[in-house]
Ligand binder design. Structure first.
Ligand SMILES: [Fe+2]
Ligand SMILES: [Fe+2]
Length: 144
């Protein structure tokens, strides 16, 4: 479903080929679109859930990078930490009553699209070429 304020349209062009990454990214896009169209208490509660989603997703990507010996683990992990710190600051401003609309309609969607197309894409490509062979190693499935 495309919401009136959708800022990212999910589609096959956003896939990276690792099931748990694509699953998490699809959820993230739905959350980003919902936050872009929400305001007030609804946006605040969605943002709290989104921060938790990001922490779990980043941990799964970092585990895959570690297990496949990814050459750019450190810069990728640092970028995750940077964006988490930024999101935490946005959450604090939301709690103080700011609407942060530019962040939700522009900064965050642009960051997601760029991060997926660069660091996540290269990470997934490397993992597939270095022994990451699918669902039996999938951190989402393994946790179930
Ligand atoms: Fe990701
Ligand atoms: Fe990432």
């Amino acid at each position: 479903m495309i919401l009136p304020h959708s800022v990212i349209r999910w589609g096959s062009s956003l896939l990276v080929g690792i099931p748990f990454v694509d699953h998490d990214h699809h959820e993230a896009v739905e959350m980003i679109n919902r936050m872009a169209g929400a305001d007030g208490a609804e946006r605040l509660s969605l943002m709290r859930a989104f921060l938790g989603h990001c922490e779990e997703h980043f941990a799964r990507e970092e585990e895959m990078m570690t297990r496949t010996g990814f050459f750019a683990l450190d810069p990728h992990r640092q970028e995750h930490q940077r964006v988490l710190a930024e999101a935490q600051r946005v959450l604090t401003r939301l709690e103080m009553g700011s609407d942060e609309t530019e962040y939700f309609r522009e900064v965050l969607p642009q960051w997601f699209l760029e991060h997926r197309a660069t660091m996540d894409y290269v990470t997934a490509d490397f993992a597939l070429e270095h022994g990451w062979h699918g669902e039996d190693q999938d951190p989402v499935k393994a946790a179930q």
